[in-house]
Design a protein around this ligand. Structure first.
Ligand code: GAL
Length: 434
């Protein structure tokens, strides 16, 4: 029986007993014990994602073998589908014991509605010492902790098919500007690769656009997430849209019908050479038994070599959950070294803890760990819930969805900037990225 239904039944039966005693009637009814369960929602449903979350749950089950873990996975990359399901549930007081969420702005509607428990006690000295400040602070509202991170994903990554580049004399290390990248795409097209770039559905287009914004400069990105890009004729904004328009001439025409992982898989099959995607893509290469540096490789999105774009998955303790003890246990496993070192090597992310056992991580992640420590700038992803108000993220997706079909730069710039002005009071955080 579903735990919430069991709980409701228990309450009704208890009410019958109490009511019966009150009117002098003897009624013997057995109250069923509360099921020892943990119910979690997440959107990790691609092959790599599922393998990773199963590994994390296995750590939980080793520690708590008697607890039944009920996963409620909601298909749809980056959580866009799940958000539409979880938000009404939580706002109606029907939250599961924990749910996947991005650090930063994404938790704010729940915090504002007083629907999250503060979890300061879980952030003990050990956890604070292990998690980098930039990540730690994104799990706080008003000076208190409300979530724990399980990972750090990098969003500004270009994935490539190594054979296609080698066969056409393209050295990925040289692709540091958009003009060099587009020249490489021309070379591939001439060699018969019809669509050198593979892209997927709407949110992946918005993800790509976010990287164009970063590529025109960290100061501009900072202004963008601080709600300060409000002119439709802003030259940097139009520059970003200009790159995107050129980029689209190399993209697969069926992009709108493709999930993110199907777009990534086209690099595995050799149907495409490049794919801009966060490093959860590594999980797809991993489960396909592909070797980093042999079958595929990565480089930073042109213009963003000194940057690490952050996407941080976390969990929280919603108020009034059915299994508060298990909710807390889950958060502790999520935050633990054992949990993170089981999950992240498969997921493609690096651990949110700096004391991770790096021997457990593959070649891509070993390089990412070095990059994380070496880059000059970090920027929080908007498309992955952290950098800007939720309303902006949702609107951005709609605007980019139109842009990739009509390629109307000035209409897109105008829609984006006027929306920023419209919701200006929702920009409550002032980011400082340098
Ligand atoms: C991100 C999420 C990652 C990955 C990706 C694709 O938003 O944080 O863990 O799952 O979406 O679904």
């Amino acid at each position: 029986m579903e735990p919430r239904i069991k709980m409701a039944l228990a309450i009704i039966l208890t009410a019958i007993i109490v009511g019966g005693i009150g009117i002098g009637v003897t009624v013997i009814v057995l109250t069923p014990p509360e099921a020892d369960a943990l119910e979690i929602y997440h959107w990790w449903t691609s092959g790599g994602e599922k393998a990773a979350v199963d590994a994390l749950i296995a750590v939980f089950q080793t520690e708590y073998p008697d607890v039944t873990v009920i996963q409620s996975p909601v298909t749809g990359g980056a959580g866009y589908t799940m958000m539409g399901i979880i938000k009404p549930l939580v706002l109606a007081g029907e939250a599961p014991d924990a749910f996947q969420m991005h650090a930063g702005y994404e938790g704010k509607p729940y915090f504002d509605a007083d629907l999250l428990e503060s979890i300061d006690h879980i952030w003990d000295e050990d956890l604070k010492a292990a998690v980098p400040d930039v990540v730690e602070s994104m799990n706080m509202f008003n000076g208190h902790y409300y979530s724990v991170p399980v990972n750090i994903h990098r969003v500004n990554v270009v994935w490539y098919n190594k054979d296609l580049l080698d066969d056409n004399g393209i050295d990925p290390a040289t692709l540091t500007t958009w003009s060099k990248f587009f020249a490489a795409c021309d070379t591939l097209k001439l060699a018969g690769v019809t669509n050198p770039v593979q892209m997927g559905e709407t949110w992946t287009a918005a993800h790509t656009f976010e990287q164009f914004i970063a590529s025109v400069g960290i100061d501009f990105y900072e202004d963008w997430i601080n709600g300060e890009v409000t002119s439709a004729t802003d030259t940097k904004l139009l520059e970003a849209f200009g790159y995107f328009e050129t980029y689209m001439s190399y993209v697969n025409p069926d992009h709108a019908a493709l999930t993110w992982d199907d777009a990534t898989k086209r690099l595995i099959t050799g149907d495409g050479a490049f794919n801009i995607m966060g490093d959860w893509a590594n999980g797809e290469f991993f489960i396909a038994n592909k070797t980093y540096g042999v079958d595929y490789g990565t480089f930073a999105v042109p213009g963003t070599g000194a940057m690490y774009g952050l996407c941080i998955d976390c969990f929280q303790h919603p108020r009034g959950v059915s299994h508060p003890t298990n909710s807390e246990r889950w958060l502790k496993i999520v935050a633990s070294k054992a949990g993170q070192d089981a999950f992240n090597p498969i997921k493609g992310s690096i651990a949110a803890r700096t004391d991770a056992d790096t021997t457990k991580y593959g070649a891509y992640q070993k390089a990412a760990i070095i990059d994380f420590g070496a880059v000059t700038y970090m920027f929080p992803s908007v498309v992955h819930g952290s950098g800007a108000p939720e309303a902006f993220k949702v609107k951005l997706s709609a605007i980019i969805s139109s842009f990739v079909t009509n390629l109307d730069e000035s209409a897109a710039a105008s829609a984006l900037t006027s929306y920023t002005t419209q919701i200006s009071d929702e920009y409550t955080k002032v980011w400082s990225l340098d």
